[in-house]
Design a protein around this ligand. Structure first.
Ligand SMILES: *Cc1c(COP(=O)(O)O)cnc(C)c1O
Length: 261
């Protein structure tokens, strides 16, 4: 994605400060275009594949929360950087029930909740640890079989089941748009999540909060902000280009998916 955009690798604290300032300036400009307050948009830096030494530089540049796609990687880094006590780890990728234990112990927030089985497994692990967890429900707004997340029409029913899991604090919705450089295809995905949120607010059970719309990444976060994003998840524009292709994180065919039925 965004193959024409060079994302230089940040190798010093000053590099991180520059990249963060550039991303924040673009957040501000996008907010101004649509009359939004930039203070209402949270920048979540995504550190997947980035090694510990550079993560520590990002921390020195001011990052206090980091998104990780894979539970094992999040847990490994959380353990290795336990000395950075005020650093929050946010898991933003698909979770299998057999990894719920990792997320329950290392994460401050989980943005990819998409099945009752995962909700149940997470809640059980969290209860055992005496912890609560902020969660977002992942919605598939692109209709692509390769994307995780619930179909929009499944979300209302799913939300009704969540009050049973008392350690999960539902805060909102998350999505990935279609991976395309064509704004005309990307923007409607974001609009769909916002519209869905407005509908769901009318029927959501008590205690289910839908304030958060986590949407937008390096290649499309300005569009997402114009469509109402409250959190943007930005990796490459802060850390530098990743060598691994995106389909390492989003399997290309639905046959690669773990069944979430
Ligand atoms: C990697 C990732 C991002 C960030 O993507 P970049 O292109 O690095 O900005 C956002 N969301 C999820 C779920 C991701 O896995």
């Amino acid at each position: 994605m965004a193959g024409d955009t060079p994302y230089p690798t940040a190798l010093t604290v000053a590099d991180f400060q520059r990249n963060l300032a550039q991303v924040r300036a673009r957040i501000q400009a996008a907010c101004e275009r649509v009359g939004r307050d930039p203070a209402q948009v949270r920048l979540l830096p995504v550190s997947k594949t980035v090694e510990e030494a550079r993560i520590r530089l990002a921390y020195a540049a001011g990052c206090r929360e980091l998104g990780e796609n894979k539970p094992q990687e999040a847990d490994r880094k959380w353990e290795a950087m336990g000395d950075l006590a005020d650093l929050r780890w946010v898991v933003i990728g698909h979770l299998q029930t057999n990894k719920a234990k990792l997320v329950a112990r290392c994460a401050s927030e989980f943005q990819a909740l998409d099945s009752p089985r995962v909700a149940e497994a997470l809640d059980r692990r969290l209860q055992a640890l005496g912890r609560g967890l902020d969660v977002l429900v992942q919605v598939n707004t692109s209709g692509e079989a390769s994307k995780f997340g619930l179909a929009p029409e499944e979300v209302a029913g799913f939300l009704k089941q969540l009050p049973a899991y008392s350690s999960l604090r539902v805060r909102g919705l998350m999505t990935l748009a279609v991976l395309s450089a064509d704004a005309a295809r990307v923007r409607p995905c974001f609009g769909r999540l916002r519209t869905l949120r407005e509908h769901l607010r009318q029927t959501a059970p008590a205690g289910i909060v839908l304030d958060e719309l986590s949407m937008g990444m390096s290649g499309d976060f300005t569009l997402a902000i114009e469509e109402g994003a409250t959190t943007v998840r930005v990796g490459q524009a802060i850390f530098g280009a990743r060598a691994l292709p995106d389909h390492h994180y989003w399997p290309e065919s639905s046959s690669d998916r773990e069944s979430t039925a």
